[in-house]
Design a protein around this ligand. Structure first.
Ligand code: ADP
Ligand code: MG
Length: 320
């Protein structure tokens, strides 16, 4: 079995490209252009909580980085560097090889350089810190929404949660729907290009990781506005639309996590700019509601404008 240092050297060390100094010293060194801010985000995935023990390591490598790149996207940052902290019960080479493949495949796609980390033995867990850059005044913060703005959503929500519901035996999906939902659950795609192109258009943004209503709630809290979401306007995948359990489908749509879509607000005057952007980045962007004056709560409305229950809220690690 390889030693800790052999693991680092064999699987996680590559020559520095944009960093001044990469893996191998006490610290990595990076140069941040004087006019840019460094955007820093960390996510922790723990076996048994975020993934099961027989998760395909390649998919885990992808997802561990993808969730961080999604946070950078939601801030409007350009991804640049990452560090990786790994806790592993043993130096299983097949596992390490798969994990590194999934991680570097995605890293290469977005020009992200792995510049350091930490490796230790214990119950399996993976934590990545991703670093990006952006002009500080253009960051897509959660506190920028104002009343009477449009609320936009990329793609559609619910698929990942519906896939998970299948794995947990709560529903039986047809093959094609299952494949689609599991791909969304296991290999989410971070919407980096959309995020960076929303600079100067969106007034606030968040990535949907805990559920649409819950994540929107975070934006409203920080911005001090309310919002209505139009249930019938929410885009639905075929898997959601054709789900035999309509109640579950709605729960997934409004409250399911792990979608990594971008939810953003923009002034009404920017509507044309958003539609143009949708065409340019090749992603559906749908107006799903609006911000309103008042307390920071989400009202989900049906077609007749009547409030409907948003269902169970987002995931809370200390409660659920
Ligand atoms: P230290 O004792 O200073 O924490 P380590 O011996 O833990 O240093 O790590 C040696 C070098 O390898 C450091 O540059 C560290 O950033 C890097 N490193 C350790 N683990 C990983 C990993 N899983 N992925 C990438 N780099 C790593
Ligand atoms: Mg160390």
């Amino acid at each position: 079995m390889p030693s800790e240092f052999e693991v680092i050297a064999r699987y996680f060390t590559r020559p520095a490209r944009t960093a001044m100094l990469g893996v191998g010293d006490d610290c990595a060194l990076v140069r941040v252009p004087a006019d840019l801010a460094l955007a820093v985000t960390t996510d922790l995935l723990v076996e048994g909580t975020h993934f099961v023990s027989d998760t395909d390591p390649e998919k885990l490598g992808h997802k561990a980085l993808a969730v961080n790149l999604s946070d950078l996207a939601a801030m409007g940052a350009d991804p640049r560097w990452a560090t990786l902290s790994l806790v592993l019960p043993e130096a299983d080479e097949a596992w390490l090889e798969g994990f590194a493949r999934g991680l570097f495949e995605l890293a290469d796609r977005f020009g992200v350089e792995l510049i350091g980390g930490d490796t230790t033995r214990g119950p399996r867990a993976v934590s990545i810190t991703a670093l990006g850059t952006l002009p500080p005044g253009l960051a897509l913060r959660r506190d920028g929404a104002r009343e009477s703005e449009d609320m936009w959503l990329s793609g559609n929500t619910g698929d990942a949660a519906l896939g998970l519901a299948h794995l947990k035996g709560r529903v039986k999906l047809p093959d094609a729907a299952l494949r689609h939902c599991l791909a969304r659950l296991e290999t989410p795609r971070p919407l980096v290009e959309l995020g960076r192109r929303l600079r100067g258009i969106a007034s606030s943004a968040i990535d949907v990781s805990d559920g649409l209503v819950a994540d929107l709630g975070h934006v409203l809290e920080r911005s001090g506005v309310g919002a209505e979401v139009w249930l019938e306007q929410l885009p639905r995948s075929r898997a959601i639309a054709e789900c035999t359990d309509a109640k579950l489908a709605r729960e997934c749509l409004l409250g399911g996590g792990d979608d990594y879509e971008l939810l953003f607000t923009a002034p009404q005057q920017r509507r044309a700019a958003v539609f143009t952007l949708a065409a340019e980045v090749g992603l559906p962007l749908t107006r799903i509601g609006r911000t309103v004056f008042g307390t920071p709560v989400v009202s989900v409305l049906d077609d007749a404008g009547r409030p409907v229950s948003p269902g169970p809220g987002g995931y809370d690690h200390f409660r659920d």
